[in-house]
Design a protein. Structure first.
Length: 268
């Protein structure tokens, strides 16, 4: 599974809320409240002519119309620009969203930092899955197949005995925003063994989602995995058997806070 080069057109939002130079500033403020977006492309005669942001509204001298406060010096992207190049431009310019235009200057979409995160997740996960797939083939001397598919949540067999409440909150947010990384599942016989993605799967179950987006490695035969045997001994068969740790923070967060405390003491 080779790494596919990704482009802005693969991740940009196409149906963009726009305003015109003649839009009243008061209406833009209302639009920001309703949509919870803090910036909008300004389009005139099908051409991108500016951007208006919440910063423009609060920091510039008041104007009744967008034309009086919009920014006209814009950084824009072509839809065939690679995601990596777009990321570099946004990082260097310190911007969180970038309009996407065609060769005629017409707005065709918008790319954001959130889209960049999503593209990274989708590009990095297949490499991890491919490594796991090859490991299974070498370990059991078999040929497996791989599918990216939804798996029914109640069919998943967990193999991890605990998850952390604070990380569950993060995974729930990602699920709501469509940013969740697919889980890794092994299909062996008629069983669907959850290998990676327990926080995502538990969050999905808690929110009542019927399926979990997954990369499924199908062994093509019934093999009792070592992780299954371990889960059997621990009595882990359903998500209800997983302990949710809410009095201890995730080890990574604890480590981060510990390092921060050490740095603080060093500053005294």
């Amino acid at each position: 599974m080779g790494e596919k080069k990704s482009f802005v057109k693969d991740y940009m939002t196409e149906n963009v809320i726009c305003v015109s130079p003649d839009t009243e500033t008061e209406k833009v403020i209302e639009l920001m409240k309703e949509s919870r977006h803090n910036s909008y492309p300004v389009v005139e005669n099908n051409k991108l002519v500016g951007m208006v942001t919440a910063f423009d509204v609060v920091s510039k001298e008041w104007a009744d119309k967008v034309s009086g406060i919009m920014s006209t010096k814009l950084v824009v992207a072509n839809q065939n620009l690679s995601i990596n190049d777009a990321s570099r431009v946004m990082f260097r310019r310190g911007i969180s969203r970038m309009p996407v235009v065609d060769s005629n200057g017409a707005l065709v979409g918008i790319i954001t930092n959130t889209d960049m995160v999503r593209s990274h997740i989708e590009r990095s996960t297949p490499n991890k899955v491919e490594y796991f797939k090859k490991t299974m083939e070498q370990l059991y001397g078999i040929k497996t197949t791989l599918k990216h598919m939804p798996v029914e949540t109640d069919k998943l067999r967990p193999t991890q005995d605990r998850v952390y409440a604070d990380e569950l909150e993060g995974r729930a947010y990602e699920l709501e925003k469509g940013l969740a990384e697919p889980a890794i599942v092994v299909k062996t016989g008629n069983r669907w063994i959850l290998v990676d993605g327990h926080h995502r799967a538990v969050a999905s179950a808690q929110k009542g989602y019927k399926t979990v987006d997954s990369y499924v490695v199908d062994l093509g035969k019934d093999i009792k995995l070592g992780m299954e045997k371990t889960a059997d001994k621990a009595g882990i068969r359903t998500f209800d058997d997983i302990e949710i740790i809410d009095d201890d923070k995730h080890p990574l967060i604890a480590l981060t806070e510990s390092l921060q405390n050490q740095e603080s003491k060093g500053d005294d």
